[in-house]
Design a protein around this ligand. Structure first.
Ligand SMILES: Cc1ncc(COP(=O)(O)O)c(C=O)c1O
Length: 391
């Protein structure tokens, strides 16, 4: 099978599949004409190898208690070595249900209640929630937006917050959702140096690792010298291969004491991963889907360029953040002068659903996030509608 433009252009009909993106939106708004460009999954079929693996499990006709084994962890290690040049030992991998579960478990293992945890907003909303719901404090070190719309970390500000003890740990989103940055080796090296200087552990969410566009590359925190002892890395096949509904992810932790603490917390709270379908699908994702992913990345890169051209021509007052990674575009609509409520109401009236910039923190005021993980015909229809209210 060829995973070319025609394949991704065809997409897949998802209405009636109990999916949050379409069915959840229709249930919430009652608007069947609305185009969903929000929650971060894609309107493409998952790779055929995953379908086949799931069909094999279905064929078993019995789904009793299941064991996960070395093959599950090895598939992950081989994938990260092949795609991202990272060496991961099988022993360092713990399977967990969702990445957000892993974020919370990692936080609980490396900090104490009341500790400050530094994040770089605007950033994925559950970063705030994960910290607060575990009795830790959010310490914000906002990203700085340059003239060209590209975001960078404010290392001096981060250092101040670590040096004063206000922040005891750092939670990174790498690549960054929603700012689309693929952090460079230099940037990550600087963060690791700061964290080592002030004894702060790093929790690093790398769920978007596979969505980095050339010429950028993904630099896992685990490849940065000095990071392995202090970092916990979270990853999954879920976002890349559109199997988030199966709920399987991994916690990669080379520090044995921290890994043991996480495993004990999982056992104490009954957090368990590895249902039969999720295990089979994830193994297939990591072993037999590279061609599908390469085709997807070509398609997404073309879509990203198409959106940039459209916005420049038809919505000149909207500033698009350069997209180095992820299929989530970050649009600065502040020059239009609307309040956030007006902005969202106008977009709703145009029958498009996007993510509210404020989901990512106060720094997202005036912004929206647009998910381009869908056929180009759908993106173009959504853009035409947006142009009527943001043009
Ligand atoms: C940065 C980031 N982390 C985690 C998640 C969610 O992962 P999960 O569904 O496995 O909790 C998302 C989903 O959009 C995300 O963007």
């Amino acid at each position: 099978m060829r995973f070319d433009t025609a394949y991704f252009d065809a997409g897949i009909r998802r209405i009636g599949t109990e999916c949050e993106k379409w069915d959840g939106m229709i249930a919430e708004t009652g608007d069947e004409t609305m185009i969903p460009m929000w929650v971060a999954d894609m309107d493409f079929p998952s790779p055929p190898a995953i379908r086949d693996a799931l069909a094999d499990v279905l064929e078993r006709g019995t789904w009793g208690y299941t064991v996960s084994g070395d093959a599950d962890r090895q598939a992950l290690c081989d994938y990260w070595a092949r795609r991202h040049s990272v060496t991961i030992e099988r022993e360092s991998v713990l399977l967990s249900p969702c990445v957000v579960t892993g974020l919370k478990l990692a936080l609980r293992a490396v900090t104490k209640p009341g500790d400050g945890v530094l994040i770089n907003p605007p950033v994925y909303g559950p970063f705030f929630m994960s910290i607060r719901s575990n009795g830790r404090k959010v310490v914000e070190s906002p990203l700085v937006c340059g003239e060209d719309g590209r975001y960078t970390m404010d290392l001096a500000d981060m250092e101040g917050k670590l040096a004063s003890g206000e922040a005891k740990a750092v939670m990174l989103c790498s690549p960054h959702n929603p700012c689309g940055r693929a952090w460079s080796e230099e940037e990550l090296t600087a963060v690791v140096a700061l964290c080592r200087r002030y004894g702060a552990p790093i929790v690093c969410d790398e769920i978007h690792a596979d969505f980095v566009y050339a010429p950028n590359t993904h630099h896992s925190i685990l490849t940065i010298p000095g990071a392995r002892e202090i970092a916990v890395m979270l990853c999954a096949a879920s976002k890349t291969f559109n199997v988030a509904g199966l709920e399987q992810s991994a916690i990669v932790c080379c520090n044995e004491a921290v890994r043991k603490a996480i495993a004990e917390d999982m056992a104490a709270s009954g957090v368990k991963a590895g249902n039969a379908f999720a295990l089979a699908a994830t193994r297939a994702a990591y072993t037999g889907c590279d061609a599908w992913l390469d085709g997807l990345m070509d398609y997404l890169a073309g879509s990203r360029d198409m959106v940039a051209a459209f916005v420049a021509e038809r919505m000149p007052r909207v500033r698009l953040t350069p997209l180095e990674a992820t299929y989530l575009m970050w649009l600065d609509c502040s020059a239009l002068g609307f309040t956030q409520d007006e902005l969202l109401a106008r977009i709703r009236a145009a029958h498009v659903k996007v993510n509210d910039g404020l989901f990512f923190g106060e720094q997202g005021r005036g912004f929206i996030r647009l998910n381009i993980g869908c056929p180009r015909s759908q993106i173009l229809e959504a853009l035409e509608r947006l142009a009527t209210v943001l043009g």
